[in-house]
Design a protein around this ligand. Structure first.
Ligand code: PLP
Length: 462
Protein backbone atom coordinates (compact mmCIF):
# COMPACT_ATOMS: atom_id res chain seq x y z
CA UNK A 1 0.00 0.00 0.00
CA UNK A 2 1.62 3.33 -1.00
CA UNK A 3 2.09 5.91 1.73
CA UNK A 4 -0.42 8.77 1.64
CA UNK A 5 0.81 12.01 0.17
CA UNK A 6 0.93 15.08 2.43
CA UNK A 7 -2.58 15.75 3.72
CA UNK A 8 -4.24 19.05 2.98
CA UNK A 9 -2.93 21.78 5.29
CA UNK A 10 -5.02 22.21 8.46
CA UNK A 11 -6.30 25.68 7.50
CA UNK A 12 -7.38 24.53 4.04
CA UNK A 13 -9.06 21.44 5.53
CA UNK A 14 -10.98 23.65 7.92
CA UNK A 15 -12.02 25.98 5.09
CA UNK A 16 -13.29 23.01 3.07
CA UNK A 17 -15.34 21.79 6.02
CA UNK A 18 -16.77 25.27 6.54
CA UNK A 19 -17.61 25.67 2.84
CA UNK A 20 -19.29 22.28 2.93
CA UNK A 21 -21.46 23.37 5.85
CA UNK A 22 -22.27 26.67 4.11
CA UNK A 23 -22.84 25.59 0.51
CA UNK A 24 -23.00 21.87 -0.16
CA UNK A 25 -26.33 20.17 0.50
CA UNK A 26 -25.39 16.50 0.72
CA UNK A 27 -27.86 13.62 0.23
CA UNK A 28 -29.20 11.57 3.15
CA UNK A 29 -27.43 13.77 5.73
CA UNK A 30 -28.68 15.47 8.88
CA UNK A 31 -28.73 19.24 8.37
CA UNK A 32 -26.99 19.89 11.69
CA UNK A 33 -24.51 18.22 13.96
CA UNK A 34 -22.78 16.02 11.42
CA UNK A 35 -19.04 16.54 11.22
CA UNK A 36 -17.94 16.35 7.59
CA UNK A 37 -15.38 13.69 6.75
CA UNK A 38 -13.76 15.06 3.62
CA UNK A 39 -12.15 12.16 1.80
CA UNK A 40 -9.10 13.22 -0.15
CA UNK A 41 -7.65 10.12 -1.75
CA UNK A 42 -7.94 6.37 -1.96
CA UNK A 43 -5.86 3.37 -2.85
CA UNK A 44 -7.09 -0.22 -2.90
CA UNK A 45 -9.35 -0.72 0.12
CA UNK A 46 -8.06 2.34 1.98
CA UNK A 47 -9.07 6.02 1.93
CA UNK A 48 -7.56 9.08 3.61
CA UNK A 49 -9.33 12.23 4.72
CA UNK A 50 -8.01 15.79 4.39
CA UNK A 51 -6.39 15.54 7.82
CA UNK A 52 -4.40 12.51 6.76
CA UNK A 53 -6.50 10.05 8.80
CA UNK A 54 -6.53 6.58 7.24
CA UNK A 55 -9.62 4.37 7.05
CA UNK A 56 -10.26 0.87 5.79
CA UNK A 57 -13.09 1.55 3.34
CA UNK A 58 -15.20 -1.37 4.50
CA UNK A 59 -18.16 -0.13 2.45
CA UNK A 60 -16.33 0.58 -0.84
CA UNK A 61 -17.71 4.12 -0.87
CA UNK A 62 -21.39 3.02 -1.16
CA UNK A 63 -20.92 -0.68 -2.07
CA UNK A 64 -19.52 0.68 -5.28
CA UNK A 65 -15.73 0.80 -5.67
CA UNK A 66 -15.47 -2.95 -6.16
CA UNK A 67 -12.11 -3.04 -7.95
CA UNK A 68 -10.66 -0.73 -5.31
CA UNK A 69 -9.52 2.88 -5.37
CA UNK A 70 -6.77 4.28 -7.57
CA UNK A 71 -7.02 2.01 -10.65
CA UNK A 72 -4.82 3.54 -13.31
CA UNK A 73 -6.28 1.30 -16.04
CA UNK A 74 -9.66 2.99 -15.60
CA UNK A 75 -8.24 6.54 -15.56
CA UNK A 76 -6.28 5.71 -18.73
CA UNK A 77 -9.33 4.29 -20.50
CA UNK A 78 -11.35 7.41 -19.66
CA UNK A 79 -8.52 9.68 -20.80
CA UNK A 80 -8.01 7.80 -24.07
CA UNK A 81 -11.74 7.86 -24.84
CA UNK A 82 -12.03 11.56 -24.00
CA UNK A 83 -9.40 12.35 -26.60
CA UNK A 84 -11.25 10.37 -29.27
CA UNK A 85 -14.86 11.30 -28.42
CA UNK A 86 -15.85 12.77 -25.05
CA UNK A 87 -19.60 13.01 -25.61
CA UNK A 88 -22.18 11.82 -28.04
CA UNK A 89 -25.83 10.97 -27.59
CA UNK A 90 -27.62 7.69 -28.25
CA UNK A 91 -30.97 8.96 -29.53
CA UNK A 92 -32.62 7.89 -32.80
CA UNK A 93 -29.84 5.64 -34.08
CA UNK A 94 -26.73 7.55 -32.99
CA UNK A 95 -24.25 5.48 -30.98
CA UNK A 96 -20.63 5.30 -29.97
CA UNK A 97 -18.09 2.50 -29.79
CA UNK A 98 -17.64 2.06 -26.01
CA UNK A 99 -21.37 1.96 -25.25
CA UNK A 100 -21.93 -0.74 -27.89
CA UNK A 101 -18.98 -2.78 -26.62
CA UNK A 102 -20.14 -2.34 -23.03
CA UNK A 103 -23.68 -3.52 -23.84
CA UNK A 104 -22.23 -6.62 -25.54
CA UNK A 105 -20.00 -7.32 -22.51
CA UNK A 106 -22.88 -6.94 -20.04
CA UNK A 107 -25.05 -9.24 -22.18
CA UNK A 108 -22.24 -11.81 -22.13
CA UNK A 109 -22.18 -11.72 -18.32
CA UNK A 110 -25.95 -11.66 -17.73
CA UNK A 111 -27.49 -15.11 -17.33
CA UNK A 112 -29.89 -16.72 -19.79
CA UNK A 113 -31.33 -14.64 -22.61
CA UNK A 114 -31.00 -11.29 -20.84
CA UNK A 115 -29.22 -10.06 -23.94
CA UNK A 116 -30.55 -6.54 -24.45
CA UNK A 117 -29.02 -3.70 -22.50
CA UNK A 118 -30.26 -0.15 -21.92
CA UNK A 119 -27.55 2.09 -20.44
CA UNK A 120 -28.28 4.65 -17.72
CA UNK A 121 -26.27 6.81 -15.34
CA UNK A 122 -27.09 5.02 -12.12
CA UNK A 123 -29.18 2.49 -10.25
CA UNK A 124 -32.36 4.48 -9.67
CA UNK A 125 -32.58 5.34 -13.37
CA UNK A 126 -32.03 1.70 -14.26
CA UNK A 127 -34.96 0.71 -12.05
CA UNK A 128 -37.16 3.52 -13.41
CA UNK A 129 -36.31 2.25 -16.87
CA UNK A 130 -37.25 -1.33 -15.96
CA UNK A 131 -40.58 -0.21 -14.49
CA UNK A 132 -41.39 1.75 -17.65
CA UNK A 133 -40.30 -1.10 -19.89
CA UNK A 134 -42.61 -3.43 -17.95
CA UNK A 135 -45.59 -1.07 -18.35
CA UNK A 136 -45.03 -0.70 -22.07
CA UNK A 137 -44.41 -4.44 -22.43
CA UNK A 138 -47.96 -5.10 -21.23
CA UNK A 139 -49.39 -2.31 -23.40
CA UNK A 140 -47.60 -3.79 -26.40
CA UNK A 141 -49.31 -7.11 -25.62
CA UNK A 142 -52.70 -5.40 -25.59
CA UNK A 143 -52.81 -5.86 -21.79
CA UNK A 144 -52.31 -2.31 -20.59
CA UNK A 145 -54.47 -2.90 -17.52
CA UNK A 146 -51.62 -4.99 -16.05
CA UNK A 147 -49.85 -1.82 -14.90
CA UNK A 148 -49.74 -2.67 -11.19
CA UNK A 149 -46.48 -3.76 -9.66
CA UNK A 150 -45.69 -5.65 -6.46
CA UNK A 151 -42.70 -4.58 -4.33
CA UNK A 152 -41.45 -5.62 -0.94
CA UNK A 153 -41.07 -4.22 2.52
CA UNK A 154 -37.49 -3.03 3.29
CA UNK A 155 -36.72 -2.50 -0.39
CA UNK A 156 -34.51 0.29 -1.71
CA UNK A 157 -34.37 1.12 -5.40
CA UNK A 158 -33.28 4.78 -5.50
CA UNK A 159 -34.77 8.20 -4.90
CA UNK A 160 -36.61 9.48 -7.98
CA UNK A 161 -40.41 9.61 -7.69
CA UNK A 162 -41.12 6.34 -9.47
CA UNK A 163 -38.73 4.34 -7.35
CA UNK A 164 -39.67 6.25 -4.20
CA UNK A 165 -43.12 4.75 -4.83
CA UNK A 166 -41.58 1.29 -4.37
CA UNK A 167 -39.64 2.27 -1.26
CA UNK A 168 -39.97 -0.32 1.48
CA UNK A 169 -38.28 1.83 4.13
CA UNK A 170 -40.84 4.30 5.41
CA UNK A 171 -38.26 6.95 6.39
CA UNK A 172 -37.40 7.27 2.72
CA UNK A 173 -40.96 7.84 1.54
CA UNK A 174 -43.19 9.31 4.24
CA UNK A 175 -42.21 12.96 3.68
CA UNK A 176 -42.83 12.77 -0.07
CA UNK A 177 -46.36 11.40 -0.10
CA UNK A 178 -48.53 11.16 -2.08
CA UNK A 179 -46.51 8.87 -4.29
CA UNK A 180 -47.49 7.18 -7.53
CA UNK A 181 -50.46 4.81 -7.64
CA UNK A 182 -50.29 1.22 -8.85
CA UNK A 183 -47.69 -0.18 -6.47
CA UNK A 184 -48.50 -2.88 -3.92
CA UNK A 185 -46.28 -3.72 -0.95
CA UNK A 186 -45.79 -7.23 0.44
CA UNK A 187 -43.69 -8.45 3.38
CA UNK A 188 -40.00 -9.13 2.90
CA UNK A 189 -38.27 -12.54 2.95
CA UNK A 190 -36.66 -11.53 6.25
CA UNK A 191 -36.31 -14.70 8.31
CA UNK A 192 -34.84 -12.98 11.39
CA UNK A 193 -38.05 -10.92 11.65
CA UNK A 194 -40.58 -12.97 9.76
CA UNK A 195 -43.70 -10.87 9.14
CA UNK A 196 -45.76 -14.07 9.46
CA UNK A 197 -44.20 -15.06 12.81
CA UNK A 198 -42.69 -18.24 11.33
CA UNK A 199 -39.29 -19.87 11.68
CA UNK A 200 -37.37 -20.82 8.58
CA UNK A 201 -37.39 -24.62 8.29
CA UNK A 202 -40.94 -25.00 9.54
CA UNK A 203 -42.55 -22.33 7.38
CA UNK A 204 -44.18 -22.60 3.95
CA UNK A 205 -42.29 -19.62 2.48
CA UNK A 206 -45.26 -17.41 3.27
CA UNK A 207 -43.21 -14.41 2.07
CA UNK A 208 -43.39 -15.69 -1.52
CA UNK A 209 -47.00 -16.85 -1.21
CA UNK A 210 -48.03 -13.37 -0.08
CA UNK A 211 -47.23 -12.23 -3.61
CA UNK A 212 -49.76 -14.68 -5.02
CA UNK A 213 -52.36 -13.47 -2.54
CA UNK A 214 -51.89 -9.86 -3.64
CA UNK A 215 -52.09 -10.80 -7.32
CA UNK A 216 -55.36 -12.59 -6.66
CA UNK A 217 -56.65 -9.75 -4.50
CA UNK A 218 -56.07 -7.10 -7.19
CA UNK A 219 -56.64 -9.47 -10.09
CA UNK A 220 -53.98 -10.90 -12.43
CA UNK A 221 -55.49 -8.81 -15.19
CA UNK A 222 -54.36 -5.70 -13.27
CA UNK A 223 -51.02 -6.80 -11.85
CA UNK A 224 -48.15 -7.30 -14.28
CA UNK A 225 -44.83 -6.99 -12.48
CA UNK A 226 -43.00 -8.14 -9.37
CA UNK A 227 -39.87 -6.23 -8.39
CA UNK A 228 -37.29 -7.03 -5.75
CA UNK A 229 -33.61 -6.76 -5.00
CA UNK A 230 -32.32 -10.29 -5.46
CA UNK A 231 -30.89 -9.85 -1.98
CA UNK A 232 -32.24 -6.89 -0.01
CA UNK A 233 -29.37 -4.45 0.58
CA UNK A 234 -30.13 -1.09 2.17
CA UNK A 235 -33.03 -2.65 4.09
CA UNK A 236 -30.45 -4.62 6.08
CA UNK A 237 -28.53 -7.05 3.78
CA UNK A 238 -31.09 -9.83 3.90
CA UNK A 239 -30.44 -12.96 1.83
CA UNK A 240 -33.78 -14.64 0.99
CA UNK A 241 -34.38 -18.30 1.76
CA UNK A 242 -33.30 -20.50 -1.19
CA UNK A 243 -36.90 -21.44 -2.05
CA UNK A 244 -38.00 -17.82 -2.37
CA UNK A 245 -37.09 -16.74 -5.90
CA UNK A 246 -37.89 -20.07 -7.61
CA UNK A 247 -41.32 -19.90 -5.97
CA UNK A 248 -41.79 -16.26 -7.05
CA UNK A 249 -40.92 -17.33 -10.62
CA UNK A 250 -43.53 -20.07 -10.45
CA UNK A 251 -46.13 -17.57 -9.25
CA UNK A 252 -45.08 -15.14 -11.98
CA UNK A 253 -45.50 -17.82 -14.65
CA UNK A 254 -48.88 -18.87 -13.29
CA UNK A 255 -50.30 -15.35 -13.30
CA UNK A 256 -48.42 -13.88 -16.26
CA UNK A 257 -46.08 -11.52 -14.41
CA UNK A 258 -42.74 -10.00 -15.32
CA UNK A 259 -40.03 -10.32 -12.67
CA UNK A 260 -37.52 -7.50 -12.19
CA UNK A 261 -34.46 -8.28 -10.10
CA UNK A 262 -32.55 -5.30 -8.82
CA UNK A 263 -28.84 -6.18 -8.82
CA UNK A 264 -27.52 -2.67 -8.29
CA UNK A 265 -25.51 -3.87 -5.27
CA UNK A 266 -25.02 -7.53 -6.11
CA UNK A 267 -24.33 -7.26 -9.85
CA UNK A 268 -20.77 -7.96 -11.04
CA UNK A 269 -19.54 -10.24 -8.32
CA UNK A 270 -20.22 -9.04 -4.82
CA UNK A 271 -22.26 -12.09 -3.76
CA UNK A 272 -19.70 -14.49 -5.29
CA UNK A 273 -21.28 -14.87 -8.75
CA UNK A 274 -21.56 -12.38 -11.61
CA UNK A 275 -25.21 -11.89 -10.59
CA UNK A 276 -26.95 -13.00 -7.39
CA UNK A 277 -29.85 -14.33 -9.50
CA UNK A 278 -27.54 -17.26 -10.29
CA UNK A 279 -27.12 -18.00 -6.57
CA UNK A 280 -30.76 -17.58 -5.61
CA UNK A 281 -32.26 -19.36 -8.60
CA UNK A 282 -34.22 -16.39 -9.85
CA UNK A 283 -35.02 -16.20 -13.54
CA UNK A 284 -35.89 -12.54 -14.06
CA UNK A 285 -37.23 -10.89 -17.20
CA UNK A 286 -35.44 -7.63 -16.39
CA UNK A 287 -32.32 -6.98 -14.34
CA UNK A 288 -31.08 -3.62 -13.09
CA UNK A 289 -27.46 -2.86 -12.28
CA UNK A 290 -25.09 0.04 -11.51
CA UNK A 291 -22.39 0.55 -8.84
CA UNK A 292 -20.03 -2.39 -9.58
CA UNK A 293 -20.58 -1.90 -13.32
CA UNK A 294 -18.07 0.96 -13.31
CA UNK A 295 -16.90 0.58 -9.70
CA UNK A 296 -18.13 4.16 -9.48
CA UNK A 297 -15.24 5.64 -11.48
CA UNK A 298 -17.90 7.39 -13.55
CA UNK A 299 -21.69 7.26 -13.16
CA UNK A 300 -23.15 4.22 -14.88
CA UNK A 301 -26.13 1.91 -14.68
CA UNK A 302 -27.98 -0.47 -16.96
CA UNK A 303 -31.19 -2.39 -17.43
CA UNK A 304 -30.94 -5.83 -19.01
CA UNK A 305 -34.00 -7.24 -20.78
CA UNK A 306 -34.77 -10.78 -21.87
CA UNK A 307 -35.54 -11.80 -25.43
CA UNK A 308 -39.22 -12.02 -24.46
CA UNK A 309 -39.34 -8.39 -23.32
CA UNK A 310 -37.28 -7.12 -26.25
CA UNK A 311 -39.35 -9.05 -28.80
CA UNK A 312 -42.50 -7.42 -27.46
CA UNK A 313 -41.07 -4.09 -28.63
CA UNK A 314 -39.60 -5.39 -31.90
CA UNK A 315 -42.81 -7.06 -32.99
CA UNK A 316 -45.15 -4.28 -31.86
CA UNK A 317 -47.04 -2.04 -34.26
CA UNK A 318 -44.93 0.90 -35.44
CA UNK A 319 -46.28 3.40 -32.91
CA UNK A 320 -45.47 1.02 -30.02
CA UNK A 321 -41.98 -0.10 -31.06
CA UNK A 322 -40.18 2.88 -29.67
CA UNK A 323 -39.26 3.04 -25.99
CA UNK A 324 -39.83 6.75 -25.33
CA UNK A 325 -37.39 7.03 -22.46
CA UNK A 326 -33.76 8.03 -22.06
CA UNK A 327 -31.55 10.91 -21.04
CA UNK A 328 -28.88 13.10 -22.61
CA UNK A 329 -26.03 11.17 -21.04
CA UNK A 330 -27.33 7.61 -21.41
CA UNK A 331 -24.67 5.64 -23.25
CA UNK A 332 -22.09 8.32 -22.48
CA UNK A 333 -18.79 7.28 -24.10
CA UNK A 334 -16.61 8.13 -21.09
CA UNK A 335 -18.84 6.31 -18.61
CA UNK A 336 -19.01 3.31 -20.94
CA UNK A 337 -15.21 3.31 -21.35
CA UNK A 338 -14.87 3.34 -17.56
CA UNK A 339 -17.33 0.43 -17.31
CA UNK A 340 -15.46 -1.60 -19.90
CA UNK A 341 -12.09 -1.03 -18.23
CA UNK A 342 -13.63 -1.97 -14.88
CA UNK A 343 -15.12 -5.22 -16.21
CA UNK A 344 -11.80 -6.08 -17.83
CA UNK A 345 -10.11 -5.77 -14.41
CA UNK A 346 -12.75 -7.98 -12.80
CA UNK A 347 -12.19 -10.60 -15.51
CA UNK A 348 -8.39 -10.36 -15.60
CA UNK A 349 -8.00 -10.55 -11.82
CA UNK A 350 -10.78 -13.10 -11.40
CA UNK A 351 -12.38 -10.87 -8.78
CA UNK A 352 -15.75 -12.65 -8.82
CA UNK A 353 -13.99 -15.82 -7.72
CA UNK A 354 -12.09 -13.76 -5.16
CA UNK A 355 -15.43 -12.67 -3.65
CA UNK A 356 -16.56 -16.28 -3.53
CA UNK A 357 -13.26 -17.37 -1.92
CA UNK A 358 -12.79 -14.48 0.50
CA UNK A 359 -16.49 -14.19 1.37
CA UNK A 360 -16.62 -17.07 3.86
CA UNK A 361 -13.51 -15.69 5.63
CA UNK A 362 -15.19 -12.31 6.09
CA UNK A 363 -18.56 -13.80 7.06
CA UNK A 364 -16.94 -16.12 9.60
CA UNK A 365 -14.95 -13.26 11.11
CA UNK A 366 -18.04 -11.09 11.43
CA UNK A 367 -20.04 -13.94 12.94
CA UNK A 368 -17.67 -13.96 15.96
CA UNK A 369 -19.35 -10.66 16.86
CA UNK A 370 -22.45 -12.65 17.74
CA UNK A 371 -20.82 -13.21 21.13
CA UNK A 372 -21.81 -9.62 21.98
CA UNK A 373 -25.14 -9.28 23.80
CA UNK A 374 -26.27 -6.42 21.53
CA UNK A 375 -25.52 -8.24 18.25
CA UNK A 376 -28.72 -10.04 17.29
CA UNK A 377 -27.85 -11.28 13.82
CA UNK A 378 -24.94 -11.37 11.40
CA UNK A 379 -25.77 -12.37 7.85
CA UNK A 380 -24.66 -12.01 4.28
CA UNK A 381 -23.01 -13.65 1.35
CA UNK A 382 -19.73 -13.19 -0.49
CA UNK A 383 -18.29 -9.77 0.33
CA UNK A 384 -21.50 -8.24 1.61
CA UNK A 385 -22.70 -8.62 5.17
CA UNK A 386 -24.65 -6.96 7.94
CA UNK A 387 -24.73 -6.79 11.70
CA UNK A 388 -28.12 -6.19 13.30
CA UNK A 389 -28.16 -4.63 16.77
CA UNK A 390 -30.81 -5.48 19.37
CA UNK A 391 -31.51 -4.66 23.00
CA UNK A 392 -31.94 -8.34 23.77
CA UNK A 393 -31.23 -11.47 21.77
CA UNK A 394 -34.42 -13.02 23.18
CA UNK A 395 -36.90 -10.29 22.31
CA UNK A 396 -34.94 -9.07 19.24
CA UNK A 397 -36.18 -5.59 20.09
CA UNK A 398 -34.32 -2.76 18.40
CA UNK A 399 -32.77 0.15 20.30
CA UNK A 400 -34.70 3.41 20.21
CA UNK A 401 -33.38 6.25 18.09
CA UNK A 402 -32.23 8.20 21.17
CA UNK A 403 -29.96 5.33 22.27
CA UNK A 404 -28.74 4.83 18.69
CA UNK A 405 -26.49 1.87 19.50
CA UNK A 406 -25.54 1.22 15.88
CA UNK A 407 -24.76 4.92 15.32
CA UNK A 408 -22.49 4.89 18.37
CA UNK A 409 -20.66 1.79 17.15
CA UNK A 410 -20.25 3.49 13.77
CA UNK A 411 -18.64 6.52 15.43
CA UNK A 412 -16.33 4.36 17.53
CA UNK A 413 -15.26 2.36 14.47
CA UNK A 414 -14.57 5.56 12.56
CA UNK A 415 -12.32 6.80 15.37
CA UNK A 416 -10.40 3.55 15.00
CA UNK A 417 -10.05 3.88 11.21
CA UNK A 418 -12.84 1.73 9.80
CA UNK A 419 -15.67 3.00 7.62
CA UNK A 420 -18.82 0.84 7.66
CA UNK A 421 -22.35 2.02 6.87
CA UNK A 422 -25.37 2.54 9.07
CA UNK A 423 -28.61 1.48 7.40
CA UNK A 424 -31.67 -0.75 7.75
CA UNK A 425 -33.56 2.03 9.54
CA UNK A 426 -30.54 2.72 11.80
CA UNK A 427 -30.30 -0.74 13.38
CA UNK A 428 -27.84 -2.39 11.04
CA UNK A 429 -24.27 -1.98 9.89
CA UNK A 430 -23.45 -3.10 6.40
CA UNK A 431 -19.99 -4.19 5.37
CA UNK A 432 -19.22 -4.37 1.65
CA UNK A 433 -15.52 -3.74 1.04
CA UNK A 434 -13.70 -3.50 -2.28
CA UNK A 435 -13.06 -6.98 -3.68
CA UNK A 436 -9.32 -6.36 -3.35
CA UNK A 437 -9.48 -6.12 0.44
CA UNK A 438 -6.86 -8.34 2.08
CA UNK A 439 -7.41 -10.89 4.85
CA UNK A 440 -5.40 -8.63 7.18
CA UNK A 441 -7.70 -5.71 6.42
CA UNK A 442 -10.74 -7.92 7.04
CA UNK A 443 -9.17 -8.86 10.39
CA UNK A 444 -8.80 -5.15 11.15
CA UNK A 445 -12.48 -4.52 10.35
CA UNK A 446 -13.57 -7.37 12.64
CA UNK A 447 -11.20 -6.34 15.45
CA UNK A 448 -12.27 -2.69 15.29
CA UNK A 449 -15.96 -3.58 15.27
CA UNK A 450 -15.40 -5.94 18.19
CA UNK A 451 -13.70 -3.16 20.20
CA UNK A 452 -16.27 -0.56 19.16
CA UNK A 453 -19.24 -2.74 20.09
CA UNK A 454 -17.54 -3.47 23.42
CA UNK A 455 -17.17 0.26 24.17
CA UNK A 456 -20.84 0.93 23.36
CA UNK A 457 -22.02 -2.04 25.41
CA UNK A 458 -20.08 -0.70 28.39
CA UNK A 459 -21.66 2.75 27.95
CA UNK A 460 -25.09 1.14 27.81
CA UNK A 461 -24.44 -0.92 30.95
CA UNK A 462 -24.33 -4.42 29.40
C1 PLP B 1 -30.65 -2.10 -4.82
C2 PLP B 1 -30.49 -0.67 -5.23
N1 PLP B 1 -31.18 -0.21 -6.29
C3 PLP B 1 -31.06 1.04 -6.72
C4 PLP B 1 -30.23 1.92 -6.07
C5 PLP B 1 -30.14 3.33 -6.55
O1 PLP B 1 -28.94 3.54 -7.21
P1 PLP B 1 -28.42 5.03 -7.47
O2 PLP B 1 -28.06 5.58 -6.14
O3 PLP B 1 -27.24 4.82 -8.37
O4 PLP B 1 -29.53 5.75 -8.14
C6 PLP B 1 -29.49 1.49 -4.97
C7 PLP B 1 -28.57 2.41 -4.28
O5 PLP B 1 -28.00 2.11 -3.27
C8 PLP B 1 -29.62 0.16 -4.55
O6 PLP B 1 -28.97 -0.30 -3.47
Amino acid sequence: MPEPTEPTAAAEAELLEQQMRDHLWPPFTQMQGVKPIVIERGQGAVVWDVHGNEYVDAFASLWTVNVGHGRREIFDAIAAQSQELACYHMFAGAANKPSIRLAAKIAEKLPGDLDHVFLTLGGGEAVETALKMARQYWRNQGKGSKYMCIYRDRSYHGTTFGVTSIQGLSVNRQKFEPLLPGFIKVGAPYCYRCAWGKEYGSCSIECAKAIEQEILFYGPENVGTIIGETMIGTGGVIPPPPEYWPLVREIADTYEQLVINDEVITGFGRAGAWFATEIFGSKPDLVTMAKGLSSGYLPLGATGASDKVYEAFLSAPLEMKQFMSGATYHGHPLCSAAGLANLEIIEREDLVQRCADLGPYMQEGLRTLLSHPIVGDVRGLGLVASIEYVQSKETREWFGATVGAAARVFAEALKRGVFVRLLGGGHVHAIAPPFVISKEQIDTVVRVLDESIGVVEKELGY
